[in-house]
Design a protein around this ligand. Sequence first.
Ligand code: ZN
Length: 394
Amino acid sequence: MASEIMLSDIRTEVEATSNDCKLYKQICEEKEYDFDQTIKGSNLDEIPYVNWNYFKESNKKFQELLRIPYNELSYWTISSSTSGDPSLVGRDAEDIEVFKNNYRKVFEEYSKMRLIKRLILFAPSIEFMNKMPGSWLGKRGFLFYRDIADIWKNYEIDYLLKFKVWKVLLYLISHFKAKAFIEINGKLMVKSLKEVEHQKTPTLIANSVPLMYQNFVDYYKKHKKGFNMPETFRIQLGGGGWNGIKGRVKLEHKIDKVDFMEKMSGFFNIPYDNITDNYGATEVPIACGGHWSKNYEDFLFHIDKDEAYIIIRDIENLERIKKTKEPGIIEVLTPYGVKSYAGVAVMLDDIVEIVDFNKCVECGREGLVFRITGRMTPEIGKGCSSFTNLFPFK
Ligand SMILES: [Zn+2]
């Protein structure tokens, strides 16, 4: 269950948000919400929530969700959207620090961040992300992911995604619009993996499920062998992508989680425990670490009872589901990291099942345990294959 202190902080933050944000006040008035009531685990679902759609660029409501004067806004944090319609969340410096700390905690607890010496990322460099264009209402926007990658800035990092600048230029000249040409740096991938294998460097390889899966499977097919990694070698997944779609990447097929675990564990000769997942979203500051469960053949995610709470809602009527093992839409409630925008209660587009309300029987962690079973928003893959070369070992 959620901690008493946090529930009381949620009550304060709901009222403060309604005072700061006209749009949220409207939502509260429509629900005739009573701000004076004590918040308990049992009435969390009565708290007015903001639907994830409100953050979408196309709905033009994102600026109305701000709680702070416009000049205090650091920048928009934006999601890397496959559909071309990103979420835009305005945050100030303090809120940015809160979500970075939440992610740092997960990296430390689940991926032993402090012991890691080297990072291999299926992502473009921070330098590139800093240069990516994008501003809204005169304020700069940066990928939410950029701030998460920034947590690792003092590590030795190999960025495997690169952008073909000359192709971008040619395309710009002929089409008069910007389009990213991304590809995987296959040579760098092999070089860094071989170095890690020989030098036994404690290394974390992270980010995209579809990019990792396809490239390592292709490499194995071509070379008929994987890597004999040290026991300090770890994989940190970025939550989602099992349908083969993540960011600009689109595979032709879904990825089976059991197959992924078998192949990755075999390819690197590492135990399943060295592969962890992380659930979060641009619209909320929380980060939930996850470990593999042989029992569920899935990742189980944990939420810290002092940090946030989740409830799930029926897909048809949005009523709260109070049972375990029934799928519903996830709503995240947290009073921390939402001082700059109306994020105290946000409904996201993921469908999850609560595995246990109190404790994980597999790892012993206290608090709510859930797993992700689907997604509401249909994902229209925009990663047109002619613009990408993401699978160099095919
Ligand atoms: Zn657990």
